[in-house]
Design a protein around this ligand. Structure first.
Ligand SMILES: Nc1nc2c(c(=O)[nH]1)N[C@H]1C(S)=C(S)[C@@H](COP(=O)(O)OP(=O)(O)OC[C@H]3O[C@@H](n4cnc5c(=O)[nH]c(N)nc54)[C@H](O)[C@@H]3O)O[C@H]1N2
Ligand SMILES: Nc1nc2c(c(=O)[nH]1)N[C@H]1C(S)=C(S)[C@@H](COP(=O)(O)OP(=O)(O)OC[C@H]3O[C@@H](n4cnc5c(=O)[nH]c(N)nc54)[C@H](O)[C@@H]3O)O[C@H]1N2
Ligand code: SF4
Ligand SMILES: [Mo]
Length: 747
């Protein structure tokens, strides 16, 4: 994994192979360049075909993050008020002893379920994302965390339809003739897909973006269809209507594919007949002529690839929207082409040994039940739980949400089939959370309804630990802060949710200060808590080698030695024209083995078994519309990765302070002018920031690009003070983009 060269100054440079750990579908293969024990540069691998020697700006400047002057170097203890951010250094021993004794006392007094781990995808390496940490929390019987904040609705929608989370090969997009970017902005969030879209464009492909916001990517497409937020299923149903209605003339449908590899076409036909373009147009705001033209273009191109992404699923009906769009390629047979089909996620492709890494068998059972599961997307509500049942109001219980694991056999990150004690309608254990251990996440910034989250963090009786690289908005509230390593400082093995490759990450430099990887932290904490299972002695190297099932057919003929040698390794899947093409000849992982237009699994759970449109919670039809006439859209800004990187001046500077983008019609109606400071508000919170008047955001939609930290100079309040804890239809996901606000010039 290590090669050597000589730099221009004459110093010896070692090049160590790595993997980008960030929450991005591209999972780039990296080269860490090291001289005198220091990381001097990070480059994109030229031998990994997806990365192709190119990195995004964020990671190309990685040494800025690794050696940032504000990095946490030692464990810290809070000395100021919660939220104030005043700490003093302590030793690791003192930190771990404090945590262990607090956890023991809380377990003895309130039961171990009063302890909640809170983590997400700050680091997506298999080990640092979920291994020793899970073993630790399972062993002590802590509450389980339902990791729904990103992808669970889409994963559920895709899984009921296709049976797995697989899709079109990212590299095959270069050969597509029609590309639909549906609720996604790849220039920001999926750079290596965008380069393939550009290649396709140069070969003559048509690019269409469906998005309420003219994103950087939409701007470069041939057509931008400014859809109303949360209405994608209506548009997809109208496309089906046109494809089926005109088939005799257009031959858009692939009847052979439908007959062999799909289930429920006749029922779908009847459903689509109800969705005239006029009906859909009234809902989604796209003119009938554009809907007809979109369907015609889609139906007449076999090499038509849809890149759908998570934009469309952060709404009340998000699961069903993904399911509906995912039906389209089976109707036209676009799956037959490697450069056709659809891509939401490839995270289901990997033969993971999750049970080995995470050891769910270590969880204790009480009365036959495993520890309760708490939905991370409703953290604010969960922190307000009290031991007294009377506070468990019906609406609270509803928001906590039913977690249907059978439908949602997880999520883009963790494939552990987690057995669940569902929380529904006030049932379930809503005993108070007394300890919160946050790592790989920054909930003060990323969780919805953050006023409620911060209110919880400020509780005097809550013991809070944060393991991070920086003093984030969350860490400011911690009792104990622990320093974490960045990826060149530890080993890991990565999968991807955008391509089909394994990527190995090798440690290139010593940890900065006293920082420790997540694995080592939990290994040491387990010892402090006197946990004796031998799994707490396992080394990272052993876990890396056992993270995947090397006897699985997708790894046949491959070995860990090859991965070690090359740094990357592609899984075995059916191929066409040199690209992975998962459904050329059906092979869907559903119960019927077909693409399920009709889903018995959904019917059994009381959902509509057919694709349908479910209105957003806070859509135009909701009661909130009169008081809060604008929809708030908060997609990520390019130089940030969620809230990561926003504290790196060189990356934040080009974005400037946050602004709220308003369509000229909406600005005029409110007498708001360019650059004027305005108030964006709803019943959950308010934010004051400068207005940017632009036709990039469709009428009725206010857009704030997201990722800045709280209290950023030039703005007061925070984006997620406005967003809601309501959950999606399928998968119990967060509904960040399903949010009504009003904007006024009066502060
Ligand atoms: N630079 C950068 N890259 C990232 C991230 C980041 O924060 N910064 N985040 C990473 C993560 S965690 C994820 S999950 C992925 C997210 O990746 P994507 O889901 O592709 O997210 P975006 O690229 O922001 O694109 C979302 C788009 O959906 C649009 N949108 C909002 N509501 C709707 C709707 O109802 N319908 C439709 N059709 N469009 C809608 C938004 O305007 C936005 O342009 O990106 C990853 N990559
Ligand atoms: N308004 C709005 N809110 C959103 C979204 C949106 O589009 N709009 N997007 C949502 C989505 S899709 C997602 S995925 C979530 C993202 O939510 P998070 O996964 O919480 O993402 P980050 O904000 O990047 O926070 C990750 C934290 O982990 C830390 N970290 C990195 N590596 C390590 C490590 O190895 N060990 C430890 N202990 N810590 C580490 C980082 O420094 C950072 O502080 O946000 C959601 N919130
Ligand atoms: S954030 Fe994405 S594009 Fe940037 S280096 Fe990581 S995987 Fe590649
Ligand atoms: Mo995400």
């Amino acid at each position: 994994m290590r090669t050597s060269t000589v730099g221009s100054s004459g110093a010896a440079i070692s090049i160590i192979k790595g993997a980008c750990p960030h929450d991005c579908p591209d999972t780039c293969a990296l080269e860490y360049h090291v001289a005198d024990g220091k990381l001097i540069e990070v480059k994109g691998s030229t031998t990994h075909s997806v990365t192709a020697g190119v990195l995004c700006t964020k990671v190309a400047k990685y040494p800025l993050r690794t050696y940032h002057p504000t990095r946490i170097q030692t464990p810290l203890k809070r000395v100021g008020a919660k939220g104030e951010g005043k700490f003093v250094p302590i030793t690791w021993d003192e930190a771990l002893t404090t945590i262990a004794s607090k956890f023991k006392a809380i377990s003895a007094e309130h039961g171990a379920e009063a302890i909640l781990p809170y983590s997400y995808a700050g680091n997506m390496g298999m080990l640092q994302y979920g291994s020793m940490d899970r073993r630790f929390f399972h062993s002590i019987g802590a509450s389980q965390l339902d990791r729904t904040i990103c992808a669970s609705a889409g994963a559920a929608g895709l899984t009921v339809t296709l049976g797995s989370r697989l899709g079109t090969d990212m590299e095959a997009f270069a050969h597509s003739e029609l590309i639909i970017l549906w609720g996604t902005n790849p220039i920001t969030s999926n750079l290596h897909l965008w380069s393939r879209c550009q290649e396709a464009k140069r070969r003559g492909a048509t690019l269409i973006a469906i998005d309420p916001y003219r994103s950087l990517s939409a701007e470069k497409c041939h057509q931008w269809l400014p859809i109303k937020p949360g209405t994608d299923a209506a548009l997809a149903l109208a496309m089906m209507h046109v494809l089926i209605r005109d088939d005799a003339e257009t031959h858009a449908l692939d009847h052979d594919y439908i007959a062999k590899y799909t289930l429920g076409f006749d029922a779908l036909k009847a459903r689509a007949a109800e969705w005239t373009p006029q009906r859909a147009s009234d809902i989604c705001g796209i003119p009938v002529a554009d809907i007809e033209a979109l369907a015609k273009a889609y139906g007449s191109t076999k090499k038509a690839a849809i890149r759908l992404n998570y934009g469309m699923q952060r709404h009340g009906g998000g699961g069903m929207a993904v399911r509906t769009v995912a039906c389209l390629p089976a109707l036209t047979g676009a799956w037959r082409e490697a450069s056709g089909g659809a891509l939401l996620s490839t995270s289901g492709a990997y033969p993971m040994n999750s049970a080995y890494l995470e050891r769910p068998d270590l969880m204790p059972k009480h009365d036959g039940k495993l520890p309760r599961m708490v939905n991370m997307s409703a953290l604010g509500d969960a922190l307000a739980w009290s031991a007294r049942a009377s506070v468990c109001s019906l609406s609270l219980g509803e928001r906590v949400g039913v977690r249907d694991v059978a439908l949602d056999p997880d999520l883009d990150r963790s494939d552990t089939p987690s057995p669940v004690t569902p929380h529904h309608r006030g049932e379930g254990n809503q005993q108070a959370i007394k300890a919160l251990f946050v790592y790989n996440s920054n909930p003060a910034a990323v969780a919805p309804d953050s006023n409620q989250v911060l209110k919880g963090f400020a509780r005097d009786d809550l013991f809070m630990v944060v393991h991070d690289v920086f003093i984030t908005d969350t860490a400011r509230y911690a009792d104990i802060v622990l320093p974490a390593t960045t990826s060149p400082e530890h080993d890991d093995i990565n999968r991807s949710y955008g391509h089909y490759d394994l990527v190995l990450n090798r440690r290139a430099i010593d940890p900065v200060g006293e920082s420790l990887p997540n694995t080592e932290l939990f290994r040491r904490l387990a010892k402090k808590m006197a946990l004796t299972d031998p799994c707490f002695d396992e080394t990272d190297e052993s876990m890396i080698q056992h993270a995947f099932d090397w006897s699985h057919k997708t790894l046949a003929g491959q070995s860990f030695a090859t991965l070690e040698r090359d740094g990357v390794l592609r899984l075995n899947y059916p191929k066409k024209d040199g690209f992975i093409a998962p459904f050329v000849e059906g092979g869907f992982g559903t119960p019927s083995g077909k693409c399920e237009f009709y889903s018995e699994a959904l019917a059994k759970r009381g959902f509509d078994p057919l694709p349908t449109y479910i209105a957003p919670h806070e859509g135009e039809a909701s009661d909130l519309f009169t008081e809060f006439p604008l929809a708030l859209n908060t997609p990520p800004a390019r130089n940030f990765m969620n809230s990561t990187f926003a504290n790196i001046e060189e990356l934040a500077k080009p974005h400037g302070p946050p602004t709220v983008q308003l369509n000229p019609l909406d600005a005029a109606a409110r007498k708001v002018t360019e650059g004027q400071k305005v108030r964006v508000f709803n019943s959950r919170g308010a934010m004051k920031l400068a207005a940017c008047v632009t036709s990039d955001t469709r009428p009725g939609v206010a857009t704030i690009l997201w990722g800045h930290w709280r209290n950023h100079p030039g703005a007061e309040g925070f984006v997620n003070d406005l967003t809601s804890q309501a959950l999606t239809d399928l998968g119990g996901g967060a509904t960040f983009y399903d949010c009504r606000v009003e904007v006024t010039a009066t502060l």
